[in-house]
Design a protein around this ligand. Structure first.
Ligand code: BT5
Length: 259
Protein backbone atom coordinates (compact mmCIF):
# COMPACT_ATOMS: atom_id res chain seq x y z
CA UNK A 1 0.00 0.00 0.00
CA UNK A 2 1.52 3.29 -1.06
CA UNK A 3 1.53 5.56 2.01
CA UNK A 4 1.38 8.81 0.04
CA UNK A 5 -1.55 7.61 -2.04
CA UNK A 6 -3.27 6.43 1.10
CA UNK A 7 -2.76 9.75 2.84
CA UNK A 8 -4.23 11.55 -0.18
CA UNK A 9 -7.27 9.26 -0.15
CA UNK A 10 -7.82 9.68 3.58
CA UNK A 11 -7.45 13.48 3.42
CA UNK A 12 -10.97 13.52 2.00
CA UNK A 13 -12.30 12.39 5.40
CA UNK A 14 -12.64 14.38 8.64
CA UNK A 15 -10.25 12.07 10.54
CA UNK A 16 -8.19 12.91 13.61
CA UNK A 17 -4.52 11.95 13.26
CA UNK A 18 -3.34 8.91 11.30
CA UNK A 19 -0.49 6.53 12.22
CA UNK A 20 0.72 4.18 9.51
CA UNK A 21 2.94 1.13 10.16
CA UNK A 22 4.57 -1.21 7.65
CA UNK A 23 4.47 -3.83 10.36
CA UNK A 24 3.05 -3.83 13.88
CA UNK A 25 2.00 -6.31 16.57
CA UNK A 26 -1.66 -5.27 16.70
CA UNK A 27 -3.26 -2.03 15.52
CA UNK A 28 -5.78 -2.36 18.37
CA UNK A 29 -2.99 -2.43 20.96
CA UNK A 30 -1.42 0.67 19.45
CA UNK A 31 -4.80 2.43 19.29
CA UNK A 32 -5.68 1.50 22.89
CA UNK A 33 -2.38 2.95 24.11
CA UNK A 34 -2.90 6.08 22.02
CA UNK A 35 -6.50 6.41 23.22
CA UNK A 36 -5.38 6.42 26.87
CA UNK A 37 -3.10 9.33 25.99
CA UNK A 38 -4.30 12.14 23.83
CA UNK A 39 -5.74 10.65 20.64
CA UNK A 40 -8.38 12.80 19.02
CA UNK A 41 -11.76 11.45 17.97
CA UNK A 42 -11.54 9.53 14.65
CA UNK A 43 -7.80 8.94 14.90
CA UNK A 44 -6.66 5.94 12.91
CA UNK A 45 -3.96 3.28 13.17
CA UNK A 46 -3.34 1.29 10.02
CA UNK A 47 -0.77 -1.40 9.26
CA UNK A 48 0.34 -3.36 6.23
CA UNK A 49 1.15 -6.38 8.41
CA UNK A 50 0.23 -7.51 11.90
CA UNK A 51 2.47 -9.97 13.71
CA UNK A 52 0.20 -10.34 16.75
CA UNK A 53 -3.26 -9.42 15.45
CA UNK A 54 -5.99 -10.31 17.91
CA UNK A 55 -9.53 -11.60 17.74
CA UNK A 56 -11.83 -11.86 20.71
CA UNK A 57 -10.42 -13.46 23.87
CA UNK A 58 -6.93 -13.17 22.44
CA UNK A 59 -7.63 -15.51 19.58
CA UNK A 60 -5.25 -14.85 16.71
CA UNK A 61 -6.09 -12.73 13.69
CA UNK A 62 -3.78 -13.23 10.70
CA UNK A 63 -2.68 -10.26 8.61
CA UNK A 64 0.17 -11.29 6.29
CA UNK A 65 2.09 -8.39 4.75
CA UNK A 66 0.54 -6.61 1.79
CA UNK A 67 -2.56 -8.81 1.58
CA UNK A 68 -5.20 -7.32 3.81
CA UNK A 69 -6.67 -4.32 5.54
CA UNK A 70 -5.96 -4.05 9.26
CA UNK A 71 -6.89 -0.85 11.02
CA UNK A 72 -8.21 0.55 14.28
CA UNK A 73 -10.33 3.65 14.58
CA UNK A 74 -10.49 5.55 17.86
CA UNK A 75 -13.83 7.05 18.78
CA UNK A 76 -14.50 9.41 21.66
CA UNK A 77 -18.23 8.80 22.08
CA UNK A 78 -20.48 11.80 22.56
CA UNK A 79 -23.04 11.98 25.40
CA UNK A 80 -25.74 11.08 22.84
CA UNK A 81 -23.80 8.00 21.71
CA UNK A 82 -22.92 6.70 25.18
CA UNK A 83 -26.27 4.94 25.83
CA UNK A 84 -25.82 2.97 22.60
CA UNK A 85 -22.22 1.76 22.69
CA UNK A 86 -23.24 -1.92 22.44
CA UNK A 87 -24.43 -1.05 18.93
CA UNK A 88 -20.96 0.06 17.76
CA UNK A 89 -19.94 -3.40 16.58
CA UNK A 90 -23.06 -3.39 14.39
CA UNK A 91 -22.18 0.05 13.07
CA UNK A 92 -18.72 -1.13 12.04
CA UNK A 93 -20.09 -4.30 10.47
CA UNK A 94 -22.75 -2.35 8.55
CA UNK A 95 -20.10 0.05 7.24
CA UNK A 96 -18.15 -2.94 5.88
CA UNK A 97 -21.31 -4.46 4.34
CA UNK A 98 -22.21 -1.09 2.74
CA UNK A 99 -18.70 -0.62 1.30
CA UNK A 100 -18.87 -4.07 -0.25
CA UNK A 101 -22.39 -3.45 -1.60
CA UNK A 102 -21.08 -0.52 -3.67
CA UNK A 103 -18.79 -3.13 -5.28
CA UNK A 104 -21.83 -5.29 -6.09
CA UNK A 105 -21.03 -7.75 -3.31
CA UNK A 106 -23.75 -8.97 -0.98
CA UNK A 107 -22.12 -9.44 2.40
CA UNK A 108 -23.86 -10.44 5.61
CA UNK A 109 -23.14 -10.03 9.30
CA UNK A 110 -22.57 -13.17 11.31
CA UNK A 111 -23.56 -11.87 14.71
CA UNK A 112 -21.86 -10.46 16.61
CA UNK A 113 -18.63 -9.48 14.84
CA UNK A 114 -17.96 -11.23 11.55
CA UNK A 115 -18.72 -10.24 7.98
CA UNK A 116 -19.43 -13.07 5.56
CA UNK A 117 -19.19 -13.19 1.80
CA UNK A 118 -20.68 -16.26 0.14
CA UNK A 119 -21.09 -17.75 3.61
CA UNK A 120 -17.38 -17.40 4.45
CA UNK A 121 -15.65 -14.99 6.80
CA UNK A 122 -14.08 -12.09 4.92
CA UNK A 123 -13.75 -9.67 7.84
CA UNK A 124 -13.59 -9.67 11.62
CA UNK A 125 -14.29 -6.81 14.00
CA UNK A 126 -12.95 -6.27 17.51
CA UNK A 127 -14.39 -3.36 19.52
CA UNK A 128 -12.56 -2.56 22.75
CA UNK A 129 -13.11 0.18 25.34
CA UNK A 130 -10.96 2.46 27.42
CA UNK A 131 -12.72 3.25 30.70
CA UNK A 132 -12.45 6.31 32.84
CA UNK A 133 -14.02 5.34 36.18
CA UNK A 134 -17.54 4.07 35.44
CA UNK A 135 -17.67 5.62 31.98
CA UNK A 136 -16.34 4.57 28.61
CA UNK A 137 -13.92 7.26 27.56
CA UNK A 138 -12.85 5.83 24.20
CA UNK A 139 -13.73 3.02 21.88
CA UNK A 140 -11.32 1.32 19.53
CA UNK A 141 -12.94 -0.29 16.51
CA UNK A 142 -10.52 -2.79 14.99
CA UNK A 143 -11.33 -4.18 11.56
CA UNK A 144 -9.46 -6.84 9.62
CA UNK A 145 -10.41 -7.69 6.04
CA UNK A 146 -8.95 -10.36 3.79
CA UNK A 147 -8.29 -8.53 0.53
CA UNK A 148 -6.07 -10.94 -1.40
CA UNK A 149 -6.41 -14.71 -1.41
CA UNK A 150 -3.04 -14.93 0.32
CA UNK A 151 -4.54 -13.22 3.39
CA UNK A 152 -6.69 -16.26 4.12
CA UNK A 153 -5.14 -18.56 6.75
CA UNK A 154 -4.94 -22.31 6.19
CA UNK A 155 -8.25 -24.04 6.95
CA UNK A 156 -6.80 -25.99 9.91
CA UNK A 157 -6.25 -22.70 11.77
CA UNK A 158 -9.86 -21.61 11.34
CA UNK A 159 -13.05 -22.21 13.25
CA UNK A 160 -15.13 -21.00 10.32
CA UNK A 161 -14.46 -21.05 6.57
CA UNK A 162 -12.81 -17.88 5.26
CA UNK A 163 -12.59 -16.02 1.97
CA UNK A 164 -11.09 -12.86 0.50
CA UNK A 165 -12.33 -9.98 -1.64
CA UNK A 166 -10.06 -11.18 -4.42
CA UNK A 167 -12.10 -14.37 -4.71
CA UNK A 168 -15.15 -12.30 -5.66
CA UNK A 169 -13.60 -9.23 -7.31
CA UNK A 170 -10.39 -10.48 -8.88
CA UNK A 171 -6.91 -9.21 -7.98
CA UNK A 172 -7.46 -5.52 -8.81
CA UNK A 173 -8.86 -4.55 -5.42
CA UNK A 174 -7.86 -1.08 -4.28
CA UNK A 175 -7.28 -1.36 -0.52
CA UNK A 176 -7.11 2.40 0.04
CA UNK A 177 -10.48 2.98 -1.63
CA UNK A 178 -12.14 0.27 0.43
CA UNK A 179 -10.64 1.67 3.62
CA UNK A 180 -11.89 5.12 2.65
CA UNK A 181 -15.42 3.84 2.00
CA UNK A 182 -15.61 1.93 5.29
CA UNK A 183 -14.41 4.94 7.29
CA UNK A 184 -16.82 7.22 5.41
CA UNK A 185 -19.58 4.72 6.21
CA UNK A 186 -18.75 4.71 9.92
CA UNK A 187 -18.75 8.52 9.97
CA UNK A 188 -22.06 8.67 8.10
CA UNK A 189 -23.79 6.05 10.27
CA UNK A 190 -22.65 7.49 13.61
CA UNK A 191 -25.41 10.12 13.95
CA UNK A 192 -28.00 7.34 13.46
CA UNK A 193 -26.58 5.01 16.14
CA UNK A 194 -29.50 5.67 18.52
CA UNK A 195 -32.27 5.33 15.96
CA UNK A 196 -34.64 2.38 15.43
CA UNK A 197 -33.88 2.49 11.71
CA UNK A 198 -30.22 1.79 12.48
CA UNK A 199 -31.15 -1.41 14.35
CA UNK A 200 -33.51 -2.35 11.51
CA UNK A 201 -30.68 -2.01 8.94
CA UNK A 202 -28.34 -4.02 11.15
CA UNK A 203 -30.99 -6.72 11.56
CA UNK A 204 -31.62 -6.82 7.82
CA UNK A 205 -27.94 -7.52 7.17
CA UNK A 206 -27.79 -10.50 9.58
CA UNK A 207 -26.81 -13.89 8.18
CA UNK A 208 -29.06 -16.90 8.97
CA UNK A 209 -32.16 -14.81 9.74
CA UNK A 210 -35.17 -17.14 10.07
CA UNK A 211 -32.84 -20.15 10.03
CA UNK A 212 -31.88 -22.67 12.69
CA UNK A 213 -28.60 -21.79 14.33
CA UNK A 214 -26.51 -23.03 17.19
CA UNK A 215 -25.00 -20.52 19.57
CA UNK A 216 -22.22 -21.64 21.86
CA UNK A 217 -21.68 -19.44 24.86
CA UNK A 218 -18.28 -19.18 26.55
CA UNK A 219 -19.63 -20.90 29.68
CA UNK A 220 -20.11 -24.15 27.74
CA UNK A 221 -23.86 -23.63 27.20
CA UNK A 222 -25.20 -24.16 23.74
CA UNK A 223 -28.54 -22.91 22.46
CA UNK A 224 -30.20 -24.16 19.31
CA UNK A 225 -33.01 -22.13 17.82
CA UNK A 226 -34.37 -20.00 15.04
CA UNK A 227 -32.58 -16.69 14.60
CA UNK A 228 -35.29 -14.03 14.84
CA UNK A 229 -33.37 -10.76 15.00
CA UNK A 230 -31.95 -8.22 17.42
CA UNK A 231 -32.95 -6.61 20.67
CA UNK A 232 -32.59 -2.86 20.90
CA UNK A 233 -29.11 -3.16 22.50
CA UNK A 234 -27.90 -5.45 19.71
CA UNK A 235 -28.35 -8.72 21.63
CA UNK A 236 -29.50 -11.64 19.51
CA UNK A 237 -33.11 -12.86 19.62
CA UNK A 238 -33.74 -16.55 19.09
CA UNK A 239 -36.73 -18.82 19.41
CA UNK A 240 -35.52 -22.03 21.07
CA UNK A 241 -36.64 -25.58 20.28
CA UNK A 242 -39.57 -25.24 22.70
CA UNK A 243 -40.63 -21.99 21.02
CA UNK A 244 -39.46 -19.84 23.94
CA UNK A 245 -37.90 -16.51 23.18
CA UNK A 246 -34.23 -16.41 24.18
CA UNK A 247 -31.83 -13.46 24.24
CA UNK A 248 -28.12 -14.01 23.71
CA UNK A 249 -25.92 -11.22 24.95
CA UNK A 250 -22.49 -10.25 23.67
CA UNK A 251 -19.57 -12.11 25.10
CA UNK A 252 -17.68 -15.13 23.96
CA UNK A 253 -20.36 -16.36 21.62
CA UNK A 254 -19.99 -18.51 18.53
CA UNK A 255 -22.80 -18.82 16.09
CA UNK A 256 -23.08 -21.34 13.30
CA UNK A 257 -25.83 -22.79 11.13
CA UNK A 258 -27.47 -25.81 12.73
CA UNK A 259 -27.33 -28.87 10.51
C1 BT5 B 1 -12.46 -11.53 15.16
O1 BT5 B 1 -12.32 -12.26 16.31
O2 BT5 B 1 -12.91 -11.93 14.13
C2 BT5 B 1 -11.94 -10.11 15.28
C3 BT5 B 1 -10.78 -9.84 14.38
C4 BT5 B 1 -10.32 -8.41 14.47
C5 BT5 B 1 -9.04 -8.17 13.71
C6 BT5 B 1 -8.68 -6.71 13.66
S1 BT5 B 1 -7.38 -6.42 12.54
C7 BT5 B 1 -7.17 -4.81 13.13
C8 BT5 B 1 -7.35 -4.89 14.63
N1 BT5 B 1 -6.11 -5.21 15.30
C9 BT5 B 1 -6.19 -6.39 15.96
O3 BT5 B 1 -5.25 -6.90 16.62
N2 BT5 B 1 -7.39 -6.93 15.76
C10 BT5 B 1 -8.25 -6.08 14.97
P1 BT5 B 1 -12.94 -13.70 16.55
O4 BT5 B 1 -14.44 -13.69 16.30
O5 BT5 B 1 -12.49 -14.08 17.92
O6 BT5 B 1 -12.31 -14.59 15.45
C11 BT5 B 1 -10.98 -15.02 15.54
C12 BT5 B 1 -10.89 -16.30 14.72
O7 BT5 B 1 -10.95 -15.96 13.32
C13 BT5 B 1 -9.57 -17.03 14.88
O8 BT5 B 1 -9.62 -17.90 15.99
C14 BT5 B 1 -9.46 -17.79 13.56
O9 BT5 B 1 -10.21 -18.99 13.60
C15 BT5 B 1 -10.16 -16.86 12.58
N3 BT5 B 1 -9.21 -16.06 11.76
C16 BT5 B 1 -7.99 -15.59 12.09
N4 BT5 B 1 -7.47 -14.85 11.10
C17 BT5 B 1 -8.38 -14.87 10.10
C18 BT5 B 1 -8.42 -14.29 8.80
N5 BT5 B 1 -7.44 -13.52 8.31
N6 BT5 B 1 -9.54 -14.54 8.06
C19 BT5 B 1 -10.55 -15.28 8.52
N7 BT5 B 1 -10.57 -15.86 9.74
C20 BT5 B 1 -9.49 -15.65 10.53
Amino acid sequence: MNQDELKKTLLKLPLGDVKYFDSIGSTNNEALAWATNDAKDLSLVIADEQTAGRGRLDRKWFTPKGTALAFSLILRPTAQEKPYLTRMVGLAALAVVDALRTRALVAQIKWPNDVLLNGRKVAGILVESVWSGEEVDCLVIGIGINVLKSAVPPAELLQFLATSLEESLGPAVERGEILHDILAGIIALRPHLGSDSFVASWEKALAFRGEQVQVEEGNGNSITGKLLGLESDGSLRLSDEQGNSVTVRFGDVRLRPHV
